[in-house]
Design a protein around this ligand. Structure first.
Ligand SMILES: [Ca+2]
Length: 164
């Protein structure tokens, strides 16, 4: 599972990089890809070009089916479930609260502003209910994108920590 999770995070990062590129090039949001599928299996080629017919062949489809299914299942998890997992990643010391330093792993210099916005009871920490409340106020698409982006930022921070 660890390996699959790692490649999933990598995919999120790649997706964000692509979105950033699209937005940098001035592509309107409705033209940006919602999802991209990544695989480390080389595409079948014929005479130097991608053999599109082979891409639809049962053996090739079967090769990628399990990966696609796993990704699809992950996407259909409820947002609350994803939000809990994300909170646990932010809460690096597992204290049950996200402090400013931990938030900085996701949002950098804006951690203080984000903390003020999320910290309803003003104790200087973001509790799990405060985190869920903030996400609950967003519309679904915005929330999904927000969680994807935070996930990518955390993954890139985690990669920088472990030097990978
Ligand atoms: Ca609080």
């Amino acid at each position: 599972m660890g390996e699959r999770e790692a490649s999933g995070r990598h995919g999120e990062g790649e997706h964000q990089a692509l979105l950033d590129h699209c937005s940098h090039e001035g592509l309107p949001p409705f033209q940006m890809p919602d999802t991209i599928e990544l695989t480390d299996v080389p595409l079948p080629t014929s005479g130097g070009k991608v053999a599109k017919k082979l891409l639809r062949s049962p053996s090739y489809v079967r090769q990628n089916l399990a990966t696609s299914l796993l990704l699809a299942i992950q996407r259909t998890r409820s947002w609350q479930e994803r939000a809990h997992v994300l909170f646990e990643r932010i809460d690096a010391d597992s204290s049950g609260f996200a402090d400013q330093t931990e938030l900085a792993a996701a949002v950098g210099d804006h951690a203080s502003a984000l903390l003020s916005a999320l910290d309803v009871d003003r104790d200087g920490l973001v509790s799990r209910p405060e985190w869920l409340l903030a996400l609950a106020t967003m519309d679904e698409k915005e929330r999904d994108q927000m969680m994807d982006t935070i996930g990518s930022m955390l993954a890139s921070y985690e990669r920088s920590l472990y030097g990978v």
